[in-house]
Design a protein around this ligand. Structure first.
Ligand code: HSE
Length: 400
């Protein structure tokens, strides 16, 4: 029997317990041994909960118990999760986590500590909720040189944008609903300002390069400035608006960014709606592959944590290879990245916009008092200069 502990009995932690209990037979068979949850660490008590007798308040009880071989860290945040994780790994206990913040900041160090101590630090649930994406990058696409990853990596913002699109609703209104449904983080800023997606693309980019992509080096723009009027234009253009997280290697330059983009109906991510996430991975031999599923929520995320528990159970005392070194990747600034832009200006700037942008495609959408257009392909730097000269209302990048 393999003894397991869960740190944090919140949404994901209680989901982990539920998944292990509900799918006991499957999971034990696939693990090759029976798994048993011995402890649940939380500050709170849970009177009446079927697992109340497993709840403990002192992490040392878990860390000092030689029977515990696998720990699920579902606390979130850096403190005290970093300290607990590091101590667990130093004690040779494998850790499976959904904590993208911790993985994005301390991933390479914790992987190294795990390997030095013949155990594993696995983080399938940290990106894309229930979608298998870490495992494909680590184990399935090993014959590939991966040169681009583009994803919808945040369920809350995708839910908000999908609702805004379908219902013509405004951002604030839909955000409230997303919070009520429990999709948004405690602090919605992390979702709506793109920080959550940024951490996730930092993790994927690190696995893509095998080196460390620091999340605070990644250009990040959220969806708070997207309005229902932008969707009126998007409809007129046969497009929609999605928060994309992408990283690309072009001629030895490595770009990564998170921002809202307009994408057309033919784009593989166009149909990814509501709380769903999807990740497109481009490999130099395979070409495109896409991974799709529920990117947030209790059971999908818990399912991914438990898939890591099974992997750890199959590899007790053995290291599962993961290529993510400490060496930082120098990102190329996005100023040189080239694309076209959708732009809105007030009607009195129409003449100036035509003069400055020279060649543009006008978008008719009957929005009073405005002139809207799509630019030619140009660098961000060039666009910003022209936009400043004209004085624009807003712009959205276009992904072809
Ligand atoms: N708040 C996150 C999201 C949860 O909406 O995607 C999953 O990481």
């Amino acid at each position: 029997m393999i003894q397991v502990a869960v740190l944090g009995y919140g949404t994901v932690g209680s989901g982990v317990v539920e998944v292990i209990e509900k799918n006991k037979e499957e999971i034990n068979k696939k693990s090759g041994e029976q798994l048993n949850i011995k402890y649940i660490l939380d500050l709170r008590d849970f009177p009446g909960d079927p697992y109340e007798d497993k709840v403990v308040h002192d992490v040392d009880q878990i860390l000092n118990d030689p029977e515990i071989k696998i720990i699920c860290e579902t606390m979130g945040g850096l403190k005290p999760a970093y300290d607990f994780t590091r101590r667990a790994l130093l004690a040779g206990k494998s850790v499976c986590t959904s904590n993208k913040e911790l993985v994005a900041v301390h991933g390479p160090e914790l992987i190294r500590v795990a390997h030095d101590n013949k155990c594993n630090y696995l983080f399938e649930a940290s990106v894309g909720g229930g979608i298998p994406i870490i495992r494909p990058l680590n184990y399935s696409l090993t014959a590939e040189k991966i040169d681009a990853i583009t994803g919808i990596l945040n369920g809350t913002t995708n839910y908000i944008l999908s609702k805004m699109e379908k219902e013509g609703a405004d951002f604030e209104e839909v955000l409230k609903e997303a919070q009520e449904k429990g999709y948004a983080e405690r602090n919605p800023e992390a979702d709506v300002e793109g920080y959550d997606a940024c951490r996730k693309i930092a993790i994927l980019s690190s696995l893509m390069t095998g080196k460390n992509v620091k999340y605070d080096d990644i250009y990040t723009e959220g969806i708070t400035r997207i309005t229902s009027t932008d969707f009126i234009y998007a409809h007129a253009m046969g497009k929609t608006i999605k928060l994309l997280a992408q990283s690309k290697e072009v001629d030895d330059n490595f770009y990564a960014m998170v921002a809202p983009f307009m994408i057309s109906k033919s784009h593989p991510l166009y149909m990814v709606n509501d709380v769903f996430n999807a990740v497109c991975v481009h490999g130099n031999m395979l070409g495109d592959s896409m991974y799709y599923g529920k990117g947030a929520g209790k059971l999908p995320t818990a399912s991914a944590v438990v898939s890591d528990v099974v992997d750890c159970a199959r590899h007790i005392g053995k290291v599962i290879m993961c290529f993510w070194d400490d060496e930082d990747v120098a990102l190329t600034g996005i100023e040189e990245a080239k694309r076209s832009f959708f732009v809105r200006v007030s009607s009195d700037r129409e003449r100036k916009a035509i003069d400055v942008f020279e060649s543009l495609r006008v978008i008719e959408a009957d929005v009073p008092g405005e002139f809207a257009f799509v630019t030619d392909v140009m660098s961000e730097k060039e666009f910003n200069k022209k936009a400043e000269e004209v004085g624009i209302i807003s712009r959205i990048r276009i992904e072809e």
